[in-house]
Design a protein around this ligand. Structure first.
Ligand code: PBG
Length: 332
């Protein structure tokens, strides 16, 4: 054949392929999520094989292992005792609560590890919602934001480096920024869950924290989070959310879930100069694990290919339960 251009020329050898590679993965791209509980035993999470509800002590060991693998940021999620859950989620701003305690211990042992937190009421709410639910079953916005600001301050005071509002209330990024600045935490960053969709992919996570919406009071409780999380049909709306978060002072924008929303990552990359993060959520993790356990896919190759897809779409950072495994595979 008489071809001027033969793309295969640059694919001939491993050396050539590595020269023209457009994207790569590094452990420093990863944010490693960890679950912590008050119990005295490490508990495996059934729907997320290889992940655990750590005790505070055991978590410190896991964070050190992650550090040694090159991971530089962890995000903490608490499983709170049922007896501490209330309608206003007030345990989230208890200075002596599980998360502030864990942050203090972690920062004392490994001050250089970046600690990200999650800001939302759901782990602390007896209704399992990210905000306060009123007697008519409406998830209140402005009242919730006041509690979220208190939660963020307690986390910053304990030593958190990056505050991650995952609640999708309107105006929360600006309100949290103002609260942090007023209290002298202007150095603490905000990684906003900017485009967080009302997704079925969060199922295993809600099992891990026992935080799914539930009806234990007499008031009507919305069964899903669609009055605050985004409609999976919408893409332009994600740009509006990104513009608002940027104006309100977000330092990093996150898209969640990741895999079914690569187009959103790509769009935000075009719209904003801020770092973009992708959240490779619990349901995405569980599906890969389940297929790998059946021997239907090769876990290592599928995970690395998936993580690379986030980079290719435009993400700088990837929040993933695969972080430690991926870091190990990358160092081979
Ligand atoms: C809490 C929160 C959720 C996740 C992260 N923070 C659950 C939800 O919004 O219902 C999900 C993470 C995952 O599925 O891995 N607001």
């Amino acid at each position: 054949m008489d071809l001027t251009y033969r793309p295969r020329r640059l694919r001939r050898s491993s050396a050539l392929r590595s020269m023209v590679r457009e994207n790569s993965l590094s452990p420093a791209d990863f944010i490693y999520p960890l679950f912590v509980h008050e119990g005295s035993e490490i508990e495996p999470i059934a729907a997320m094989p290889g992940t655990y509800r750590w005790t505070v002590d055991a978590l410190l060991g896991e964070v050190e292992r992650a550090w040694d693998l090159g991971i530089r940021c962890v995000v903490l999620f608490p499983k709170i005792a049922e007896s501490l859950k209330t309608e206003d989620g007030a345990e989230c701003f208890n200075e002596k609560g599980l998360i502030p305690q864990t942050i203090r211990r972690l920062k004392a042992e490994l001050p250089e590890m970046t600690v990200m937190t999650d800001v939302a009421l759901d782990p602390y709410s007896c209704d399992g919602h990210d905000g306060i639910v009123d007697s008519a079953g409406v998830v209140l916005n402005d009242e919730t934001v006041e509690n979220l600001c208190r939660q963020a301050l307690v986390q910053a005071n304990a030593g958190a480096d990056l505050i991650g509002p995952s609640d999708m209330m309107d105006g929360r990024v600006g309100a949290i920024r103002e609260s942090l600045d007023e209290e002298g935490y202007e150095h603490v960053g905000i990684i906003s869950y900017t485009a967080k969709y009302a997704s079925a992919y969060y199922g295993p996570f809600r099992e891990a924290l026992d935080s799914a919406p539930r009806d234990i009071t007499t008031k009507p409780i919305p069964k899903d989070k669609s009055t605050y999380q985004m409609d999976p049909s919408n893409a332009r709306e994600a740009i509006t959310e990104a513009q608002l978060d940027e104006q309100e002072g977000a330092d990093i924008l996150m898209v969640k879930p990741g895999l079914a929303y690569l187009d959103i990552i790509y769009r935000l990359r075009q719209e904003s100069e801020l770092p973009i993060a992708a959240y490779n959520v619990s349901g995405e993790f569980a599906m890969v694990k389940a297929a790998a356990q059946q021997g239907w896919i090769d876990e290592e190759s599928v995970v690395l290919e998936t993580l690379l897809s986030f980079k290719r779409a435009g993400a700088d950072l990837i929040l993933t339960y695969h972080a430690c495994d991926a870091a190990r595979w990358l160092s081979k």
